[in-house]
Write a protein that binds this ligand. Structure first.
Ligand code: IPD
Length: 277
């Protein structure tokens, strides 16, 4: 059967490379930094420029495709997933890292058809690591195949998470309380790169056993979700019924064995582990 979406995926990889160049160039110049929901929820002109580049290019090449992008939604566009081919984009995942020159910044392009993710491209552009995956065809980093860790014991694992952008003391307390429970299991360590997509790619690469975060958005995870699933991992959404459109409560955990049929799987030791807020 003809490979319907390969052209779109090749285009996504080319766009991610171009976007990565823009991000790297911007690091050399003074940045215009703005705040969104709070003083620690940042956006820059580069986020907007990269998203516009991707939208314009997709519209020109695939005029019938839909688009969901972090900055477009922030500017008032609907965050609506239909059955149409839809590009789900985070132009700069790890904006705070980008602002500080902390080297984990990813351009994320996910692609869904009939509400099913077909491919994901995550370009960690300062590290120059291009993570790619197509449904049913495996996951790769710079062309090398990825496989999640085969560690089965949580007390021999590294867990990745993030602190989010709320500084509400109650929310922060919950985050620390969850981390405390996990640390005391005990685990080997807790890590966070500052980019949800990079954390998930590290799960796919087998460097960390699991990543969890509460209150995440579809553009943070859509692309990397395919990469985790194709590397043999599972994704657990703790909230039903529209996982891709909610701010995701997401845990992606390594799980060797048969690949999940869909990106919604509920069987994981993370989901039965310490309660998330
Ligand atoms: C954020 C990063 C961060 C995660 C946040 C995301 P952004 O994405 O991935 O690590 O903790 O939940 O929103 O805003 O830099 O694109």
């Amino acid at each position: 059967m003809a490979d319907l979406w390969q052209e779109a995926m090749d285009h996504a990889v080319a766009l991610a490379k171009k976007a990565g160049e823009i991000v790297r160039d911007a690091l050399q110049n003074e940045m215009k930094i703005m705040c969104k929901s709070s003083s620690v929820d940042l956006v820059t002109k580069t986020d907007q420029k990269v998203e516009q580049l991707i939208i314009d290019s997709v519209k020109e090449k695939f005029p019938n495709h839909g688009f969901i992008g972090e900055e477009s939604v922030a500017a008032g566009q609907p965050c609506l997933l239909t059955d149409d081919p839809t590009w789900i984009v985070d132009p700069v995942d790890g904006t705070t890292n980008f602002v500080h020159g902390y080297p984990f910044v990813a351009v994320c392009i996910g692609f869904a058809v009939n509400k099913m993710l077909e491919f994901g491209v995550v370009y960690s552009c300062i590290e120059d690591k291009m993570y790619t995956a197509r449904r049913g065809k495996g996951a790769f980093c710079n062309g090398d195949p990825l496989q999640v860790s085969d560690q089965k014991e949580i007390n021999q694992s590294i867990i990745a998470t993030e602190f989010g952008s709320s500084r509400d003391p109650e929310v922060v307390d919950k985050i620390f309380s969850n981390m405390r429970k996990i640390l005391c299991l005990p685990v080997h360590g807790i890590r966070g790169s500052g980019s949800a997509a990079v954390n998930m790619c590290l799960v796919a690469a087998g460097c960390v056993e699991a990543y969890y975060e509460v209150g995440i958005h579809c553009w943070d995870v859509a692309a990397a979700a395919v990469i985790v699933a194709e590397a043999g991992g599972v994704l657990v959404d703790l909230e039903e019924p529209e996982p891709m459109m909610m701010p995701w409560r997401l845990a992606s955990a390594s799980w060797r064995g048969s690949r999940p049929q869909s990106l919604r799987s509920s069987s994981s030791w993370v989901s039965s582990g310490p309660p998330l807020p």
